[in-house]
Design a protein. Structure first.
Length: 909
């Protein structure tokens, strides 16, 4: 399998790697080579290394290096210039000579030797006039670099140089052309600064400084430049009207093209101007959050469809359509469009002798679709992101097929770029200590690393789905976990551990796999970079608590950085102040308090998932303190959790008139009722967090009475304002808090209060499998027959196609049924009409449990399931399986965290 522009010629293989924004893996050893291309690559690589070292990780411009580089770095570049002088100047192929010339000019420019740089470029100036259509992709990249350096070295004539060449630098149209994209962005940044300088302005105006000056000779280039300036990362000052004026211009151009009657081309020709315009428009738009303001979604979609109708098998247009349809939630149409795209790719490969054209774009499209169509996302509150005309089996067949193809493309691309994912000595966290691919350490190839990383991550997410929902045997489940870890690690190797979400998911996977020490180290690494990753804080606390349960292992070597002093893992018999989990949760809540205070002070909004993660931290604090004493001791903390909910989720005011019956019911509730626990005296302040040594005080008068969360819309005397999409999520979260509270009351024998909490949960959101499980757990205390009926109804619900993804709920249901069926008291025996009926239920339960323990991690990692299985094996006298289940139960109990890791996964479906 070949990538575009690669053949058996060694130079062309090098050119392909360079064009993709990489360097050959052994480039650092090319100094002693006699090959001109290898010698030039050695200098080129070290230019970038010096720039990276000088910038200390930031994206330093060439001008900044000239103006502020240290003597040490100047000396290193001077040594490169001396080495460059030793490279022969005999006439080689044009691309070889041109590559040597631009690298030589680059070195001289960094040293401030502009005349020498221009002299180097003059040796290949005939390349200026060569028609791009007849040249290869690498030459087009070199020509762009040539013109940029020529303008930089001849500052007085830069405007004219770039005006005459800017249309040439815009080619080629390829996502894989990372090298050209880098130099095109350098050109755009320099042009923007030049326009500011020429106009003597502090900010650019679209009409005056961009549209009217005639610098951009076609609309595609003008749009490409304008979209570049709108990206916040480039820091180009724009006036307040720039975005609006550009939006009007763009809309006008799109409508004008739509009105044109382009003749549909035959297979031998293309309407390339349409592809070019769309590529320059769509790809930069994807990186802008406010793209729907710049161009209305309907117009964007209409324009893409126009391009499809007037081009022959345009993959650029189909890719754009897939992106738009997915963003709009039109998944059925997106799937159909993607299948057409994939068919075009296969046909193109057949016609080009297995050459893969623009492989990075292919990887991006496949990654997007494998990610978005993954059923692991089904069941979210956003129901519009679901398929209407494709059943689940069709989606799974699609994902099986195209995930394999995505892996093939990733391996092909990695092979071409000489990317490695292995070391002689591997460990789960080896990517933290070793740079697998030093030739990918530069910021300019971030796009390449990002897309390859997204590809591996998409495969990891699908592997997780298969491990959870399609593991029917223990061997397939274990193989799935191994594959999940491998794919997740690949994504982190290529992105060089820079993506927070990928890092957290990997840490959670390690925790689920009982690799607690590695998970703990990775959590601490994440928090050094992303201190406000509250779900990582939560995972850190839980993993630490699991290690504390072991008791036999010390955590002395896990000294936390900037997280407070730590003496290592301690057993429960030791003073509570020395527990790692307590120190971590205090640090986490401390930072959360600072974060909340900052958001309140600045007026910044918090995302719902961030609020939820902070709320989960508070619940984990309750669990930590409970583990040090008992459940009754934490009852007084329940109001703090509800107070924090009110602090975080400020929803629209509810106009409620409580009925006399409701008021009376709440007034007569027990003293342990959550609502009655909020009995703060007037003016008294409640401390939820301590931040930076100062208490974050909330006045009790700001807190809504817990009773006012009873969104009982079925009552005729209750008036509720119309809900928005967000209120559904916040209500669901509040319902979850009520159910959490009910379980605490049940632990303490306060069953009446627990029942009231379940009622509150149901009236707040809606009856769910979780509320049914809680109700079953409550009624199992005295009404076992009713409880069994409740659990059986819930089991039927979570087994159907619409709810089959509720594995956590199914686990709780099976535990509830097991507790009833395997009970040996007199009431438990009354559940069965006969001994035959009891044995039948026992066999049925055995089948359910044996199937569910192959669900990783929600079944396989839950000790109670193994315990109940052991009771069944004991009854049927299967000593081998009894021993296996008991040992697994012991293994899980020996490292059992204070809460399930489920609480780190975000808002449940």
């Amino acid at each position: 399998m070949k990538i575009e522009y690669a053949d058996d010629n060694k130079c062309n293989e090098y050119f392909t790697v360079l064009w993709l924004g990489c360097f050959p893996r052994d480039v650092a050893q090319f100094k002693g080579s006699s090959n001109i291309v290898e010698q030039t690559m050695y200098v080129d690589y070290h230019i970038e290394s010096v720039l990276l070292e000088s910038s200390k990780g930031d994206n330093m411009t060439f001008k900044e290096f000239r103006d502020g580089a240290s003597e040490l770095h100047i000396q290193k570049v001077s040594e490169l210039a001396e080495y460059m002088d030793t490279i022969g100047t005999q006439k080689e192929e044009l691309e070889v000579d041109m590559y040597a010339a631009v690298v030589r000019a680059h070195v001289f420019y960094l040293l401030g030797k502009d005349t020498s740089a221009l002299e180097a470029l003059k040796g290949v100036e005939e390349a200026e006039e060569l028609p791009l259509q007849k040249q290869g992709a690498f030459f087009k990249y070199l020509q762009g670099r040539y013109f940029v350096l020529k303008g930089l070295c001849d500052a007085g004539n830069a405007y004219e140089i770039w005006k005459n060449s800017i249309t040439k630098i815009r080619l080629p149209l390829s996502k894989s052309d990372i090298a050209s994209q880098r130099w095109r962005e350098i050109l755009y940044k320099e042009v923007a600064l030049l326009l500011l300088q020429r106009g003597k302005k502090d900010s650019l105006s679209f009409h005056e400084d961009v549209e009217k000056i005639g610098l951009f000779q076609n609309a595609g280039t003008l749009i490409s430049f304008s979209l570049f300036t709108l990206q916040g990362r480039v820091h180009v000052p724009l006036d307040s009207k720039f975005k609006h004026e550009f939006s009007e211009y763009l809309s006008k151009e799109c409508r004008s093209i739509i009105k044109q009657q382009d003749k549909f081309p035959d297979a031998e020709k293309e309407n390339s101007h349409l592809d070019e315009f769309l590529f320059r428009l769509h790809e930069p738009l994807l990186s802008l959050k406010d793209r729907n303001i710049i161009i209305k979604p309907d117009l964007h979609k209409e324009f893409v469809k126009h391009v499809i109708k007037n081009t022959y098998q345009s993959r650029v247009a189909l890719k754009s359509l897939v992106d738009i349809l997915i963003e709009n939630g039109e998944f059925d149409e997106a799937l159909a469009a993607f299948k057409t795209y994939a068919a075009y790719v296969e046909k193109d490969m057949e016609q080009k002798d297995d050459t893969i054209d623009d492989i990075l774009l292919i990887v991006e499209v496949f990654s997007t679709c494998v990610t978005k169509f993954n059923p692991i996302n089904i069941g979210s509150l956003h129901e519009r992101f679901s398929f209407k005309h494709f059943d689940l089996s069709t989606i799974l067949d699609f994902l099986d097929t195209y995930s394999e193809k995505l892996e093939f493309f990733l391996e092909s691309l990695s092979k071409t770029c000489q990317i490695s994912y292995q070391l002689p000595e591997e460990s789960p966290l080896s990517f933290l200590y070793h740079l697998y691919n030093p030739e990918l350490k530069f910021s300019f190839n971030a796009g390449l690393k990002r897309e390859i990383g997204r590809g591996w991550y998409a495969l990891a997410r699908y592997a997780k789905y298969k491990t959870i929902f399609r593991s029917y045997t223990e061997s397939s489940m274990l193989q799935g976990v191994s594959n999940l870890i491998w794919l997740s690690k690949n994504s982190l190797i290529i992105t060089q551990a820079s993506d927070e979400k990928m890092l957290f998911d990997y840490a959670l996977t390690l925790a689920y796999n009982l690799q607690f020490e590695d998970s703990l180290k990775l959590c601490r690494f994440i928090l050094k970079r992303f201190s406000e990753s509250f779900k990582t804080w939560n995972l850190l606390v839980l993993v630490a608590s699991g290690l504390e349960v072991k008791g036999s292992r010390s955590l002395d070597h896990h000294k936390p950085a900037n997280l407070g002093e730590a003496d290592g893992s301690q057993s429960k018999s030791e003073p509570s102040e020395s527990k790692e989990s307590l120190k971590y949760i205090n640090s986490a809540l401390n930072i959360a308090g600072i974060y909340i205070a900052h958001c309140q002070k600045s007026g910044a909004s918090m995302a719902v998932n961030v609020k939820y993660d902070i709320l989960q931290l508070k619940m984990t604090q309750v669990a930590v303190l409970e583990s040090m004493s008992d459940s009754r001791s934490v009852l007084d903390m329940i109001p703090e959790v509800f107070m924090l909910y009110n602090e975080l989720f400020e929803t629209s005011e509810l106009e409620m008139i409580e009925s006399n019956q409701s008021e009376k019911k709440m007034a007569n509730s027990k003293s342990h009722d959550a609502s009655s626990n909020v009995s703060l005296k007037s003016g008294k302040k409640s401390t939820i967090f301590e931040s930076n040594g100062k208490a974050l005080n909330r006045k009790a008068s700001r807190l809504m009475d817990l009773r006012h969360h009873k969104h009982a819309i079925s009552k005729p005397n209750t008036v509720v304002k119309k809900d928005d999409g967000r209120s559904v999520i916040t209500k669901k979260i509040l319902s979850e808090v009520w159910l959490w509270t009910s379980k605490i009351y049940m632990k303490n024998g306060s069953f009446e209060d627990a029942e009231q909490c379940i009622v509150e949960a149901e009236s707040t959101y809606q009856p769910t499998a979780s509320t049914a499980n809680c109700l079953g757990l409550l009624t199992s205390q005295k009404r076992k027959s009713l409880a069994l009926e409740e659990f059986q109804r819930t089991l039927e619900e979570v087994e159907n196609s619409a709810s089959m993804y509720k594995k956590r709920e199914m686990r709780e249901t099976l535990l509830g049924i097991s507790n009833l069926v395997l009970g040996d008291d007199e009431d438990a025996q009354k559940l069965f009409t006969s001994e035959k009926d009891k044995q039948a239920d026992l066999v049925r339960l055995k089948n359910y449990l044996e199937s569910f323990i192959n669900c990783w991690p929600y079944g396989h990692n839950y000790s109670e399931l193994w315990w109940y299985l052991s009771l069944i094996y004991e009854k049927i006298d299967d000593k081998n399986l009894l021993s296996k289940s008991l040992w697994k139960c012991v293994e899980l109990e020996d490292t059992r965290p204070i809460r399930s890791f489920d609480c780190c996964e975000g808002i449940s479906n």
